[in-house]
Design a protein around this ligand. Sequence first.
Ligand SMILES: *Cc1c(COP(=O)(O)O)cnc(C)c1O
Length: 342
Amino acid sequence: MHDFYSDTQSRPTRAMREAALDIPLGDERHDADPSTLELCARVADMLGMEAAVFLPSGTMCNEIAIAVHTSPGDEVICTRESHIIFAESGGPAALSGVMMHPVDGKRGMLTREQLSDAIRPRSAHAPRSRLLVAEQTANLAGGAIWPLDQLNTVASAAKAAGLATHLDGARLLNAQVATGIPARDFARGFDSAWIAFTKGLGCPVGAVLAGSRGFVEEAWLLKRRWGGAMRQTGVLTAMCLYALDHHVERLAEDHLLAQSIAARLADLPIIASVMPVETNIVIADLDPQAPDARETSRLLREKNVTVTVVGNRRIRMVTHLDVGPMDADALISALGAISRGS
Ligand SMILES: *Cc1c(COP(=O)(O)O)cnc(C)c1O
């Protein structure tokens, strides 16, 4: 398979698995697992936060952060194409009882004006605007990177209006590598932020959520309550530590491959347009004459290529550790064949 479905599809490498073999282990829920403690300290430092907690998934990071920052009936401001809206099974409503206030951003980002328009004046009738959530990079906007200024400006405007701020950093390290700006600078205006280990970093399990000591204490309570506390997590977190040492800088290779795919897609008759590529995500719209996205994805699968359907005529391709130039050739030639109706 030439798997462009997501950067979650990479498999742990042999060296990564070996990193988890001969390490001391302890019980994470008693703060006694050495690799997990080391990983949390390291990520807290990378994000400029006081503390951090290891969680099974990025979804749990977002859902715990929303629950800690809000009360039922509060409103969460984010862009319409945010992961917390389209891909977390209604978690914010089910787990925190909050209302979502989606804003039509541009390339997955808000301006300061859009934020102030979205914040409701205090009133006995309106829900309380309580939390801003931003995604760096913006997944469904094609992995677009919030410019540092804009992210800081929007976050500090939210705080000035009394909102809490949370950064969904599933691909924050892609933004760091693409821009050379340290992750902590992007996280500066945020009360909480997390990074994923199962996306570009290539680990099988895990994400780390960071914030103030008080925030992380509250997050731990929900982690236990929701069944996210584990035991010898060192077998997972040793792999995460390995990924921090070996798989961050190489994200640049994923970005180059994504750019070359985008350039070649633009030449295919089946493709109407390609979003600008800044990191490892390529989103393309199919020509009105071409089969729709679902059918194109099915035809690609017959040719051993997988992509994601993200709209009626929109497909997404993500580069990662387990796809290279030969897989890109296979993707382009499969799309070329579908263009020719063969
Ligand atoms: C993948 C992703 C998540 C969720 O992470 P999981 O580990 O899959 O639960 C959250 N936000 C964004 C932007 C993502 O791409």
